[in-house]
Write a protein that binds this ligand. Sequence first.
Ligand code: PEP
Ligand code: MG
Length: 575
Amino acid sequence: MRQVFQGIGASRGSALGRARVRLAHALVIAEEHIAASAVEAELERLHAAISKVRTDMHALRDRLHGALAHEVGEFLDLHTLLLDDPELLHGLDALIRTGRYSADYALRLQRDRIAGVFQAMDDPYFRSRLDDIDQVIGRIHAALHRHDAGLQGVAGEILVTDSIAPAELVQYQAQGVIAIVTAGGSTLSHSAILARSLHLPLVVDAAQALQRINDGDALIVDGGSGLVVLEPGPSDLRAHRERGRGHVRERRALNRLRSEPTRTLDGTDIQLYANAESREDVAEAHALGASGVGLYRTEFLFLQRFELPDEDEQFRIYRDVVLGMSGRPVTIRTLDLGADKADRTGLALRDEPNPALGLRGVRLSLSRRDLLETQLRALLRASGYGPVRVLVPMVTTREEVRTVRELLKQVARDLRSQGHEIAEHVPLGAMIEVPAAAIALSDFIGSVDFLSIGTNDLVQYLLAADRNNEALGDLYTPLHPAVLRVLRYVMLLARKHDKPIAVCGEMAGDPLFAPLLLALGLTEFSLHPGTLLEVRRRIRECDLAGLRQRAPELLRARDRAGIEAWLADCACLPG
Ligand code: PEP
Ligand code: MG
């Protein structure tokens, strides 16, 4: 029967397909016994499922190429190893043979047993391996029930799940999933950012959908409006097709702006930099005429990994980004692991009581100087191939910036003495995303060459509202007077000290906010290439002088409604 669920659209695009339901961490299987005479057949069923998963994984490994092979390959290798693990397999056989459990229930018991052992370990690395065990067991379970189960089986399907980690998202996309619906999540999570980067439709905060949808149900997912339609009717199909056509028309109109300047109505050029997470992003940024890369999040290189990438590997990746932008500046951010970006190497602590306030960003890098030094060496070596800027995340104190600056100098000296060709000057910038750094900026602005405001975190820390917590509803928003005042202050100070300043949070990529940011004084936006043309179009409709005149009025707004009224009323549209 047709049902409609309203979630929140987190990554645009409309998809029509069959549902694949996955509960991330719970195999909900009732206890089930089998007769002695059924034991051999049950073992055979289990082994057939395991070999199906193995074959599917090999086939997927062979199909991957380019960056995905690199990123996802390690996952698959580890999962293949787990499938061959005698501990896992013999345990399962014994449960079926001796315990006379069904293969399904044996899987669940085995999973819980291994989970118990892993959870008792102190080492966060081993505890993080539990996710992999869950995934492997989940795959065997799926293969027990579907002829086309396993990794290849999800191609063309819509994943409906409780939550999704950034690393899994890349993997599912590689496997051909066409859209994702999650019960929890938020539009500002790193998974959502990644989904937009991968052009994968995503609807978050659709808990009801997870309760009602079953494997194989037909679904339409609209990542723009957040609507999920179960067993769609003729009018839904028509609307889906119309959205598809509308999307094509919109792309055509936007594509006409590819080689146009980002110039306001009254003739000021605004710089649009790209937030790039992959080689594809870099290529798109280049093709759309981005002024450079304003944010390259290096932690995405680490998320998939079981071992840390060494200096040479990092160097090659950074160099490729630099070469990909052919002479336009590339801003590479040092590692920002931690909080919701937990890696698989165990580097980011898993069990911090309050991870968003914990050892993340530059704090983690400074606690592991060896890693920071390796990363800076790789970054500086890449600077021999084109302009590179180094950006430091989660800056809270002046000392942090100074320490990184010192290390950067020392690394540059070492590299030169070792005969490397590196740029004469590599600008060092700070992310302004911790309120203390914004408020005390005048104390350290002299120590940086440029600034980038991370509104995703700045909003979360200013408003004490978790960017990943959907329960907070509308509380998490940049449309709060405190946020606007801090933005204004930081931009004025940067201008006074003649320091380039950009906004690189998701706010910069939303055309709705462009007039507001222009009014506050911004001239550099850093945003995902997927929305670059829309923001360019919006800026080209704006009268900058008129907006700036209306900034005091904006800053007098006392609540969200006042700011929204200003936005609705702002005199930036012609006529
Ligand atoms: C931000 O906080 O706005 C930002 C750009 O960094 P991230 O989203 O990676 O935390
Ligand atoms: Mg941030």
